[in-house]
Design a protein around this ligand. Structure first.
Ligand SMILES: Cc1cc2nc3c(=O)[nH]c(=O)nc-3n(C[C@H](O)[C@H](O)[C@H](O)COP(=O)(O)O)c2cc1C
Length: 187
């Protein structure tokens, strides 16, 4: 049994985002950063977050590649959104049960996440997990993405997300660090 003193300490560590091994012998749960990025802005943000909090990192990629050029990509993405498509993913995260906090990063596409992220989130039962959105964008912030995540994952806790303009993604260390502190993930 966990004594009250050690429980208080564990609770403090947990509040600070630090995983701890439970006395029952269960292994410590860990944090995952999962992201989708076409031109690298969101990847830069994901790598900053990962370097600050540790855990694992996973890039979502689709089987069918998007066009190289911006405008044709917007057209393909618009059709995917309008048709409520679920693009096929090249791979999924295995052993999702080992994570209790999942940072989910994506570019704002047409006011929400790319449809590939809908494929990803719907693939799992994320009940009881803490989901933390972050996005890069061209002026639209998180758009409706947080509401979409809450709708897809009604039994998860969704924390307030971070949005960073795409052109600033590679120089956003201060904002990222401050946000991680606000949501209890500073170490
Ligand atoms: C298909 C597509 C749709 C987009 N739609 C929006 C949008 O609705 N609002 C917005 O602010 N930015 C939009 N953008 C801009 C991207 O969110 C922005 O450039 C982002 O930083 C790209 O991230 P990445 O480099 O990780 O792919 C769109 C970009 C693409 C390619």
């Amino acid at each position: 049994m966990m004594r009250s003193g050690s429980f208080a300490f564990a609770a403090l560590l947990s509040f600070c985002g630090v995983s701890f091994a439970r006395e029952s012998g269960q292994s410590a749960k860990s944090t995952l950063v999962v992201y989708f990025s076409r031109t690298g802005n969101t990847r830069a943000l994901a790598e900053q977050i990962h370097s600050l909090i540790g855990g694992d990192i996973f890039e979502i990629t689709t089987v069918k590649k998007y066009p190289e050029a911006y405008r044709p990509t917007t057209e393909v993405a618009r059709v995917e959104l309008d048709n409520d498509e679920r693009p096929e993913l090249a791979a999924f995260v295995e052993n999702m049960e080992q994570y209790d906090a999942i940072f989910i990063g994506y570019p704002n596409w047409w006011g929400t996440m790319p449809m590939a992220f809908f494929t990803f989130l719907e693939h799992y039962d994320l009940s009881g997990k803490t989901l933390i959105p972050f996005c890069t964008h061209g002026g639209g912030g998180l758009g409706g993405s947080e509401a979409d995540i809450r709708r897809i994952c009604p039994k998860s806790t969704v924390l307030g997300g971070l949005s960073i303009g795409g052109s600033r993604a590679r120089n956003s260390q201060r904002e990222v660090t401050a946000w991680l502190g606000q949501i209890g993930f500073n170490r």
